[in-house]
Design a binder for this molecule. Structure first.
Ligand SMILES: NC(=O)c1ccc[n+]([C@@H]2O[C@H](COP(=O)([O-])OP(=O)(O)OC[C@H]3O[C@@H](n4cnc5c(N)ncnc54)[C@H](O)[C@@H]3O)[C@@H](O)[C@H]2O)c1
Length: 251
């Protein structure tokens, strides 16, 4: 297989498990030097040990993506450690309450989901772009959700913050359109990951019923598409939110 990411420094957030872990594995297998960020220190350590045992160049950093102080200092550290950032895949996110009408959805829960999903995405993009500006090259992929395109009922925090991520992609991509830096999004429908463990059966059934392929996706499928989006050969797309939804979104 061609090593598409040879010598590139790739930062993956939310990399301890799920989509982020699968993306990190594939980027690393295709030659990237990996900096993995996650708030779950214990699981992150296990992931780093596993990838290092496979011969990958990988370091892990325990960080809360919604905390600007932590993000500023970790991005400074990883740049010293592995050089300017060439790729950011931002996969850290939380689902928050499900099957909960807005009138029963606590403001504290909304604030928490907002901080992690939208402010965290803003901070990851901001600090990665500060590094990419130094070389004038880079690929940023922010993971949104079909919930941000269509709005899933019962998940107001999740749907609205993921819609915010889509707006973020579209806006900042234009700020960098004449540089060698592209910024895109990815909007998955339901993917088999630990994130869905807490989601109510009723909510999962609703989401599955909307998918024409009548199945949920897997993390290898998301990693494959992600790696194309952040590759050099994907050079004429920016500000776009790619679909990976088994046919649910056809736009
Ligand atoms: N799984 C799905 O069905 C699905 C569908 C659409 C979009 N997504 C999005 O894909 C991304 C990855 O989801 P996943 O399914 O792999 O979830 P997951 O729960 O399996 O993994 C998410 C990771 O993010 C980390 N994380 C959570 N809060 C964080 C914080 N404050 N700081 C740093 N790390 C934090 C978690 O510790 C975890 O390792 C998320 O943005 C999610 O919204 C997932």
């Amino acid at each position: 297989m061609t090593l598409r990411f040879s010598e590139k420094h790739a930062v993956v957030t939310g990399a301890a498990m799920g989509i982020g872990e699968a993306v990190a594995l594939r980027l690393g297998q295709e030659g990237a030097k990996l900096s993995l960020l996650d708030v779950n220190e214990t699981v992150l350590k296990g992931t780093v040990v596993k990838l290092a045992a496979m011969g990958l160049d990988v370091d892990g950093y325990s960080v809360d993506v919604s905390d600007e102080g932590q993000m500023a200092s970790v991005f400074q550290r990883i740049e010293v450690q592995k050089g300017p950032i060439g790729i950011l895949v931002h996969a850290a996110g939380i689902v928050g309450p499900t099957s909960t009408k807005i009138t029963n959805y606590s403001t504290a829960d909304f604030d928490h989901v907002y901080h992690v999903n939208l402010k965290g995405t803003f901070l990851a993009a901001k600090y990665a772009l500060l590094s990419m500006e130094k070389t004038g090259k880079g690929r940023v992929l922010l993971i949104a959700s079909i919930a941000g395109k269509e709005g899933n009922p019962g998940m107001v925090g999740y749907s609205s913050t993921k819609a915010g991520v889509i707006g973020l992609v579209k806006g900042i991509a234009k700020e960098y359109a004449t540089t060698g830096i592209t910024i895109n999004g990815l909007a998955p429908a339901v993917i088999q990951t630990p994130m869905n463990r807490e989601t109510s059966a009723e909510q999962l059934q609703y989401m599955l019923s909307k998918i024409p392929m009548q199945r949920i996706g897997n993390v290898q499928e998301v990693a494959a598409m992600t790696c194309f989006i952040v590759s050099d050969e994907n050079s004429f797309s920016t500000g776009f939110v790619f679909d990976i939804s088994g046919g649910r979104a056809t736009y």
